[in-house]
Design a protein around this ligand. Structure first.
Ligand SMILES: [Zn+2]
Length: 96
């Protein structure tokens, strides 16, 4: 089963994995409380799922409660940060 062997090596420590971990994202959220949009930036990939659950609203200061689904900000949009301080990563995936 070649697939299983490949899966075992994933994600590993390949160049692609490292470059994904270096990336940061800007997330547009809508506050569950005041329903005003706000953006949070510089989120690393491992914190993407966590951000709407732990970031206080910039407008009303509402603190999300991850244990209550109604008290988590809504994710409206997400985009990759382009002003990353680390530009040494390859822009192409030719080294895969
Ligand atoms: Zn709010």
């Amino acid at each position: 089963m070649r697939h299983l062997k490949n899966m075992a090596e994933w994600p590993g420590n390949s160049a692609a994995t490292r470059s994904i971990r270096r990336k940061t994202w800007t997330m547009i959220l809508r506050c569950y409380e005041c329903r005003v949009r706000f953006a949070i930036g510089k989120i690393t990939v491992d914190r993407l799922a966590l951000a709407p659950q732990v970031t206080a609203c910039k407008h009303c200061g509402a603190q999300p409660d991850a244990t209550t689904w109604m008290k988590v900000h809504h994710i409206l949009d997400m985009r990759e940060d382009t002003d990353s301080p680390d530009r040494s990563g390859p822009s192409s995936s030719s080294d895969a």
